[in-house]
Design a protein around this ligand. Sequence first.
Ligand code: ADP
Length: 252
Amino acid sequence: MSEDIQKLKEENERLTKINSVKSEIVSIGAHQIRTSLAALKWIIKMFLDGDLGKLNTEQETLLRKAYDGNERAIGLVSEILLINKSEQVVEKEYVFEEINLVDIIEGTIFDFSGESTARGIEIIFLKPSTNGIPHVKADKEKIRVVFQNLIENAIKYSNYHGKIFISIKLNDDDFVQVSVKDSGIGISEDSKRQIFEKFYRTEKAQKKEAMGSGIGLYTTKKIVENHGGKVWFDSIEGHGTTFLFTVPVWEK
Ligand code: ADP
């Protein structure tokens, strides 16, 4: 190995280490801030609920403002934690093993059942009737993040009473293909190019869902590509979106 390549390798290792220490500091700091904000939330709530005596109108108005501001701060810190976690997940070493994607899909749908029911949304898994879907070569933790991001988005950007269809098939002999289809707000032609960019959110999405970081699809793309697969989408604004991705079949 030439001296230059060795130097680059060492520099890369040094930067990776610095980045990991940074992530840890952000994580510890953000958790501490969120714990303090959560404590503050319950104290203000006790006042607002009248547990500590009746408030006059002025006191109540001010405390309501404090409560709302505190809620926004909790939301922001939660977003910081999410971004930080996503970066850690993508960068962490990949451990590939033989995985049954059907189990992961079912588990993730179960995890989101409370959220989807609360929004009146039905998630339908078009599970293959035969045992025809081969196992794939994947990192379990990371591929679960891909499903979480796609299903969470399908729920967030669907309208009340929307339906989400998830299907899985063998694409060719080498890849299993999964699709997550919603009938939600869709993505405009102008936005399509940028959809996988880090921190990108469409205006429509921001109006529908104030909370969001624009990190989910960026993370999804990185993870799928690190598996040797592809991710893409079809969408018609106002009618819905289908995200699709492939994962390589497990070779015995
Ligand atoms: P977030 O959902 O936190 O904004 P993502 O990276 O997951 O971030 O998604 C980026 C953007 O892509 C979203 O803000 C939204 O504009 C668009 N998007 C993603 N999934 C969908 C979907 N199922 N339907 C419509 N728009 C979507």
